[in-house]
Design a protein around this ligand. Structure first.
Ligand SMILES: Cc1cc2nc3c(=O)[nH]c(=O)nc-3n(C[C@H](O)[C@H](O)[C@H](O)COP(=O)(O)O)c2cc1C
Length: 186
């Protein structure tokens, strides 16, 4: 799959069939994240790959309302980092930017492998920290939920989520976010 195809194919689907999680799959996804660029090559991202059934069930307690569909994920990748591990240039703290790039690389690779990898912000960092033993100094940034896209729409989805399962949510027009040579207020 070329990059454009992977970008176009990637979707934040919420209806999952199970996937077998192997050591090879975890290493493959991690190796793609590993190659992401980062400020001064600091590589601030950290991941916990959660696929043990007991631990997955524990982690479900951290999900926010509206994210019940995550319970069908075979793998939840918890992404976290701390600002001291990456460039801080005056008021610019780069660790979240690094996490985002690494997550994007991983998500595109998962897409190429025929999987769904759906990042979310709707979780309790406090509960996640307790369940996974992640120290306070780290900011927990996202769960990336991995499964195979199911042809059957998950019964736990809201009406809006069902719509989004069928049609990709609309994007801003290029004119709204692309400026040529100078910023132009709208
Ligand atoms: C940082 C971030 C947080 C998100 N949080 C949630 C979430 O908590 N629950 C959810 O169902 N989807 C979540 N999403 C998925 C977005 O809703 C989805 O990417 C967006 O609607 C565009 O749809 P598409 O990715 O299928 O093109 C999140 C995505 C990102 C990048």
């Amino acid at each position: 799959m070329d990059v454009t195809k992977a970008i176009e194919t990637r979707r934040a689907f919420r209806s999952f069939d199970p996937v077998e999680i192997t050591d090879d799959l975890i290493e493959d996804l991690a190796r793609h994240a590993q190659l992401a660029p980062s400020c001064n090559n600091n590589q601030p991202w950290r991941f916990v790959f959660v696929y043990d059934q007991v631990r997955l069930k524990e982690l479900h307690a951290a999900l926010a309302p509206g994210n019940d569909w995550v319970r069908a994920a075979s793998l939840i990748i918890v992404v976290f980092s701390k600002k001291e591990d990456d460039c801080i240039i005056k008021d610019r703290e780069y660790h979240l930017f690094g996490d985002g790039l690494a997550a994007a690389f991983l998500i595109l690779r998962a897409t190429e492998l025929g999987l769904v990898a759906h990042p979310i912000a709707g979780f309790s960092p406090k509960k996640t920290r307790e369940i996974l033993g992640i120290p306070e100094e780290y900011q927990i940034v996202t769960f990336i939920n991995v499964g195979r896209h199911s042809a059957e729409i998950s019964p736990v989805l809201s009406a809006k989520q069902v719509d989004w399962e069928r049609v990709r949510p609309a994007r801003r027009a290029l004119d709204d976010f692309v400026f040529l040579n100078r910023y132009k207020p709208s």
